[in-house]
Design a protein around this ligand. Structure first.
Ligand code: SAM
Length: 221
């Protein structure tokens, strides 16, 4: 339960240096919520070499696995080239992303948030237990900068419709055009590089994508 989860009092109190030891002056900009085994993170690393990406995963054994995998990848690249910076820009934290996001990230810190194959048991869950809900969207809108993007993908059509509806109805978000979704390298990457995405492809299932831009803050007259 959450009693065992560590989180900082506020973003300034968070020490990121153990997670990104080679890049101490950078801030996390990309978040993979419920990253599972980390396939997306590892694929994003070379696509955004100058940006820090963070996976957030609530299951301790899974986050431990991702942590060890990232360490191993870093080491493997350093054995080839001692100056290699490969995989230094990705890390994973064990955390409940539905509860403590504003403890980790300042307002407008993030440029991208991924929700890949979330809530597999979505139908049985109560409204408030869902990872996309009106309240949580306001929180995501807080940590996401204007122009930043929320990416969603799922094989559950009902969940796709649920996420779409709530994002469409929220004043801080607008859907990307079909062309923008089609041409976004991140869409292709979450389609192909997530473990769930691969599993769905093996089973010849459908994948539903919806991406939303964080609008500018409203101006009060
Ligand atoms: N995104 C990965 C993929 O596409 O392969 C994993 C998808 S898996 C079906 C959903 C993951 O979200 C699980 O690993 C689960 O432990 C994690 N998760 C669920 N609720 C979470 C929460 N509140 N905070 C962080 N992770 C969560």
């Amino acid at each position: 339960s959450d009693h065992h989860l560590e989180y900082p009092l506020n973003p300034a109190a968070m020490d990121w240096s153990p997670h990104y030891p080679a890049l101490p002056d950078k801030k996390v900009e990309i978040a993979d919520i419920g990253c599972g085994f980390g396939g997306l993170l590892m694929a994003l690393s070379p696509i955004f070499p100058d940006t820090l990406s963070l996976g957030m995963e609530i299951r301790s054994s899974v986050s431990q696995y991702v942590h060890e995998k990232i360490d191993a990848l870093r080491l493997q690249e350093k054995e080839k080239d001692p100056k290699s910076m490969a995989y230094e820009n990705i890390a994973v934290l064990r955390m409940n992303a539905m509860k403590f996001l504003p403890n980790f990230f300042e307002r407008g810190q993030l440029s991208k948030m991924f929700f890949c194959f979330p809530d597999p048991h979505f139908k049985q869950r109560k409204f408030k237990a869902r990872i996309i809900s009106p309240t949580l969207l306001s929180e995501y809108g807080f940590v996401l900068r204007p122009g930043g993007i929320i990416y969603t993908i799922t094989d559950v059509e009902d969940l796709h419709n649920w996420m779409r509806k709530h994002l469409e109805e929220h004043p801080l978000f607008e859907r990307l055009s079909p062309e923008e979704e089609e041409n976004d390298i991140c869409v292709k990457t979450m389609y192909e590089a997530t473990e769930e995405g691969k599993k769905v492809a093996r089973n010849k299932g459908s994948k539903f994508v919806a991406c939303f831009r964080r609008k500018a803050d409203p101006v009060w007259e």
